[in-house]
Design a protein around this ligand. Sequence first.
Ligand SMILES: Nc1nc2c(ncn2[C@@H]2O[C@H](COP(=O)(O)OP(=O)(O)O)[C@@H](O)[C@H]2O)c(=O)[nH]1
Ligand SMILES: [Mg+2]
Ligand SMILES: [Zn+2]
Length: 331
Amino acid sequence: MGIITGGTRQGHEPELTGVVIRSSAGHLLVAVDGTIWRCQMRGRLKRGKRQSQTVAVVGDRVRIGAQDPHAEPPRGVLEEVLPRTNRISRMAARRTGGHVEQVLMANLDQVVAVQSIAEPRPQTGFVDRLLVAAERFGVAGVLVLNKADLPEPADQKTMWDYFVSMGYKVLRTSAETGQGGPQLADLLKDRVSLLIGASGVGKSSLLNLVEPGLRLRVGEVTGKTGLGRHTTTSTELFPLAGGGFIADSPGIRGFDPWAIAPRDVRDYFPDFAEPQQACRFRTCLHRDEPVCGVKEAVAKGRIPRWRLAAYLSLLGDLEERAERLGPRKRP
Ligand SMILES: Nc1nc2c(ncn2[C@@H]2O[C@H](COP(=O)(O)OP(=O)(O)O)[C@@H](O)[C@H]2O)c(=O)[nH]1
Ligand SMILES: [Mg+2]
Ligand SMILES: [Zn+2]
């Protein structure tokens, strides 16, 4: 994989390519041949036509110009973001009205949705939405259930078993007892992964478990809300000693996938594919339409109710956004 090994190019001015390992407010850390450069964005890149909230994100391959190669750390300026093979994006905060894309990471192999069995409890619909985005952007989606040392309610287990039945990998771990550690290390090895989940589920703890050298800061879960404090403040990419790269991200709660037309949402629910062949209308949205194969599958217990609810909730949110933006700006 070697995405962090960039390369130098001969020329009048030294030009370097590397990988963004951290990006915040116009400042980047870029790994070039194992050396970390601190880089600034040029104004024209910041103001570029691209609507993405973040022009250069973690995982992006970039070309930089050296400004002060002998400084500690060496300093450079971002010249160009090289084309992405893929990305994971959501809509930026609601107050932007759904116009702004927030790219969480570029050039990745898999997104690992981390939830905890308790403290905090799993968020309804979050995993469903994240997996929709993964399917949409051509990234593999994997589930990790952390805090497996805590008792797991039966209805939760049924829910995760359903994701297994759809073909997703579900791994139970405990950063406390070390359970599932070797399996998680195996899952991450030689791949470029992004860990996503609410604050407090144990993302940083899990990374410390598989890569003790990282010594990431771990937050306390506050008693009142059961949610963690945001001790990880920006997404950061780390090389793994055994091969591969892993990005730890600050806790995110909501996830509205970017660039999905409402009518296409159903195609990213793989469990709907077969039952929806029985829908009377080829364009059935499985909502109010008569003779709907998906609703029938729910009635017969073959698709759980919460799964249809997760779909309808996402559909509603994307429709609302499309309405706000008007027909011309729909993705
Ligand atoms: N019981 C239990 N607690 C855990 C486990 N993993 C993490 N924690 C605790 O959960 C809290 C949040 O952990 P942290 O790694 O900062 O979560 P992050 O916000 O997702 O990075 C800390 O108090 C950890 O000690 C686990 O497997 N079991
Ligand atoms: Mg963290
Ligand atoms: Zn239908």
